[in-house]
Design a binder for this molecule. Structure first.
Ligand code: ABC
Ligand code: CA
Length: 492
């Protein structure tokens, strides 16, 4: 599938080992042990209804290659510690299981996104010395299909460097678990990796790929790799800097909007969060493409959580209103929304590995307010895509508010009212002001989260319409006439 196809989708990100075991076996899972808990590809197939009924039409699964099992930091249950790209991770199932998952998704018109790691492998040291020349000895013959020391960059750790050459050619990891950095300058290695991505995409019918550690490989490596994949490629560039993120456009087809992630957490992470930074920061899709990729549109993926960051409620603690606002902002703005599994169940695990809880312990309960919230947000986005052909290509804009804890985001036909006032309204009450002239006086809008009508009365100062928040909750408004009477979609 292409970038355009993907831009209309909502993605559910899951950690394969933690989403569902085969045959629904009730396995305990202690995240602090950093080892396998038993999730599998067959388990995912059994719970596709759960994902689809929330309105998702794509899933992103953990990297599928064989990983290191015994390291100083446990096992590669997350999939990012490859040892052999040509073998599947046997903990997740068989070749037939992965193909069956792909087929089951396609039968539902859902997409499969494979996560791919080519920057590094995991190297379990066979001896460690303090010598600065040769920190440790690794058995490179075990790292396949490469297999020689020349296929890797010389040993050095990135540490906290911002030097681009160091980021690209030194190693992630540490002395206890080095992640040998692939020599992606070597044409033979490049050829092997390009052939590999082409093969796995076609063999498992992937519709797109999520590329790990994009900023750790030279930009010029990526276009041929992406072309070999032949499907949409979404890149992870872990940074707070919008311009740096945008500079990877052309190298990959789309990027995770990490800068916006950080601002969203700052804004909604507490009732005293700074909303103006979020409002003031440039939106990636409205930034000019780099000179290397003239005319290219920057497709982004928006998210509030992922497997590398503490879950949002671990900051916003018990205030569910803050979580609801932050989640809403992901779905109604620019970029494909990505929801990290467990958000819908209110999981609150902190930093990795605490944020990788087993979902089966929740019982996949669908009768929960947070699940309903996710459903309503997906429905609102789908409605917007259907009603306005320009929705996906028109960057969202913030409308000025006088209340410092209120935000208003316009991305027609959606008008979203956000607040970080929190659930405790005794502290303050949030009122949003819809400017005069945006809608006709007497027009009826519907908040598709609460399924409540809001009449544009123009009765406030300068003809504004004042809308109040209930319990610090966000509102997503559309014209009443857009809602279907058939009971499908938003506010059935
Ligand atoms: C785990 C623990 C570690 C422990 C280690 C042994 O085990 O988290 O505490 O020391 C995989 C596993 C992890 C594992 C790592 C390392 O491997 O999933 O559980 O760590 O063995 C991707 C994947 C990620 C994966 C890898 C490695 C890469 O999404 O799941 O991790 O295959 C860098 C990379 C980024 C990478 C990330 C984990 O590391 O750039 O691609 N993600 C700064 C740097 C970033 C750096 C980040 C690390 O720190 O600029 O380049 O990311 O946290 C500030 C933040 C900073 C932040 C800046 C931009 O903003 O506080 O951390 O970034 O505000
Ligand atoms: Ca590298």
């Amino acid at each position: 599938a292409s970038a355009d196809d993907w831009s209309k989708r909502s993605i559910y990100q899951l950690v394969t080992d933690r989403f569902a075991p085969s045959n629904d076996s009730a396995i305990p899972c202690d995240t602090s042990r950093r080892t396998y808990c038993g999730g599998s590809w067959a388990g995912i197939i059994d719970h596709l209804d759960y994902i689809q009924q929330m309105g998702f039409d794509a899933i992103w699964i953990s990297p599928v290659a064989q990983n290191a099992d015994d390291t100083a930091y446990g096992a590669g249950y997350h999939g990012y510690w490859s040892t052999n790209l040509d073998a599947l991770n046997p903990h997740f199932g068989t070749d037939a299981d992965l193909k069956a998952l792909s087929a089951a998704l396609h039968a539902r018109a859902m997409y499969l996104m494979l996560d791919v790691v080519v920057n590094h492998y995991a190297g379990v040291p066979t001896n460690t010395t303090v010598s600065p020349v040769n920190l440790f000895t690794l058995d490179y013959t075990k790292l396949l299909p490469l297999g020689t020391q020349d296929d890797f960059h010389a040993q050095c750790f990135i540490g906290d460097s911002n030097d681009q050459a160091v980021l690209e050619q030194c190693w992630l990891g540490d002395e206890k678990l080095p992640l040998p950095d692939v020599n992606t300058e070597d044409p033979k290695v490049v050829g092997t990796l390009n052939a590999w991505i082409k093969r796995i995409v076609s063999e498992y019918g992937a519709d797109g790929i999520r590329i790990d550690t994009v900023k750790h490989i030279r930009r010029a490596f990526w276009p041929d790799f992406v072309k070999s994949a032949g499907v949409f490629a979404l890149g992870e560039i872990l940074t707070t800097d919008p311009a740096y993120t945008a500079s990877y456009l052309g190298a990959v087809d789309g990027v995770f909007d990490y800068p916006r992630y950080y601002q969203t957490v700052t804004a909604f992470g507490s009732t005293s969060g700074n909303l103006s930074a979020l409002q003031a920061s440039p939106s990636l899709p409205s930034m000019a493409p780099p000179v290397s990729a003239p005319g290219r549109k920057l497709l982004t993926a928006a998210f509030l959580e992922n497997h590398d960051q503490p879950r949002f409620p671990s900051y916003a603690s018990t205030d569910e209103a803050l979580t609801r606002n932050a989640m809403a902002s992901v779905f109604v703005g620019d970029g494909m929304p990505v929801l990290y599994y467990g958000q819908e169940q209110g999981y609150a695990g902190g930093a990795d590995p605490g944020n990788r809880e087993a979902l089966w312990l929740s019982g996949y309960e669908t009768n929960k307010p947070m699940v309903a919230h996710v459903k309503a947000l997906n429905a609102a986005r789908k409605l917007a895509i259907a009603k306005n052909s320009a929705f996906l290509n028109t960057p969202a804009t913030w409308l000025q508010q006088s209340n410092p804890s209120a935000l208003m985001l316009s991305k027609p036909p959606l008008l979203t009212l956000l607040t970080n006032v929190g659930a405790n309204l005794s502290a303050a009450q949030t009122t949003w002001r819809i400017p005069a002239g945006m809608y006709k006086v007497n027009a009826t809008l519907v908040d598709v989260l609460a399924c409540e009508a809001v009449v544009v009365d123009g009765a406030g100062e300068d003809g504004v319409t004042e809308v109040k928040s209930e319990g610090g909750m966000p509102r997503v408004l559309v014209s009443a006439g857009m809602l279907s009477r058939k009971g499908d979609g938003a506010c059935p």
